[in-house]
Design a protein around this ligand. Structure first.
Ligand SMILES: [Zn+2]
Length: 343
């Protein structure tokens, strides 16, 4: 991706170029939908007719929630722990008219623009051959942001739905002009030679590949990666990195502050908008350290509900804006979505 990919190129040309580049390098990426506006599948057609970009403001900063798509896990509650409480979890889902045979989560990307700074929080899946995901780049273009315009990005942790989109199909950086901030703990964990996975329920057979993929992605991003420990502030105090360890060893969340307004992007502290809120001790098997993840979630929910902090969730229903409301006096919460408006 260099000078031939400038903003004068149409989306159609861009996708053709990426497709050719991806094929030439044998990356396995295939562009299914080279002509913008020609849906690749009925699901895409349905989604193209619905809004998936929500514009709002935080103080004097422009903000968007752009959907990168959604995930539908057929394993359903088999992904959740403790096993002995799955009946209770099922009841909680049924009560809210939710399916119980699959776990459906969203991929919401927070984007900010302040002057010449364009900041993206996690990158979604990138350009992939899948109708349900990989919509971010087109969403950015629809609000007038080209990949080259992105000046900064945050990587909350190295899982594919957050990190894959930082790499273009030609294996070059998707956002060539961006600094990508991640915590030192996250970077160090994945780049070291041996890894302790004793506190996760992930399939042990998948771990080796997960490590290699994370290392390969960090290597491809090279000098773009900058370590930003918890407490780091950027852009005159607009963004503060906060510790949210547990889901991964260096998992981060982000507090956005502008002109007296706040938005807390809690990234992967909760995946379901029902289960982890109803009982913060219910955990997903993807957590690296399940007890640390629960501790982090309990601390965060308590604080955010008491302080009534406006929140943004990466995996809760789009556009991901809302608050955390305590249910009575017990340690149980509701995700309270914010009303959204058009026009
Ligand atoms: Zn995630």
């Amino acid at each position: 991706m260099n000078s031939q990919l400038n903003s004068n190129l149409s989306r159609r040309s861009l996708l053709k170029t990426l497709s050719v580049a991806g094929a030439a390098l044998g990356t396995g990426y295939v562009i299914s939908n080279p002509a913008l506006g020609e849906p690749a599948s009925p699901r895409t057609a349905k989604n193209n007719q619905n809004p998936w970009i929500y514009a709002f403001t935080i103080g004097d900063v422009e903000a968007w929630s752009i959907s990168d798509g959604f995930l539908d896990f057929g394993q359903g509650l088999n992904l959740m722990y403790p096993e002995s409480e799955r009946d209770e979890m099922k009841k909680a889902l049924e009560q809210r008219f939710e399916p119980t045979s699959s776990l459906q989560i969203y991929i919401n990307i927070l984007v900010l623009r302040k002057g010449s700074e364009v900041i993206v929080f996690d990158a979604g899946f990138g350009i992939v051959d899948h109708p349900d995901r990989g919509w971010l780049i087109e969403g950015l273009e629809r609000v007038g942001i080209n990949r080259e315009d992105v000046t900064a990005a945050y990587l909350s942790h190295t899982h594919g739905d957050h990190m894959a989109g930082f790499i273009a199909p030609d294996e070059k950086p998707m956002y060539p002009n961006a600094v990508i901030y991640t915590t030192p703990e996250e970077h160090e964990f994945w780049m070291q030679t041996s890894h302790d996975f004793s506190r996760t329920k992930r399939d042990p057979k998948a771990l080796d590949r997960m490590v290699k993929t994370a290392q390969m992605r960090f290597e491809l991003l090279g000098g773009q990666i900058e370590r930003a420990p918890a407490g780091s502030q950027m852009f005159g105090g607009l963004v503060t990195v906060e510790e949210a360890f547990g889901h991964t060893p260096g998992h981060a969340m982000y507090r956005i502050t502008s002109a007296g307004e706040t938005l807390l992007n809690f990234t992967d502290i909760a995946h379901s908008d029902i289960l982890m809120f109803r009982n913060p001790s219910w955990v997903i098997g993807w957590d690296h350290d399940m007890s640390q993840a629960v501790e982090t979630r309990r601390r965060f929910f308590k604080q955010a509900s008491q302080q009534r902090t406006p929140c943004f969730g990466f995996h809760v229903p789009w556009p991901g804006l809302g608050g955390i409301a305590q249910r009575g006096s017990v340690e149980s919460y509701d995700w309270a979505p914010r009303r959204i408006f058009w026009g």
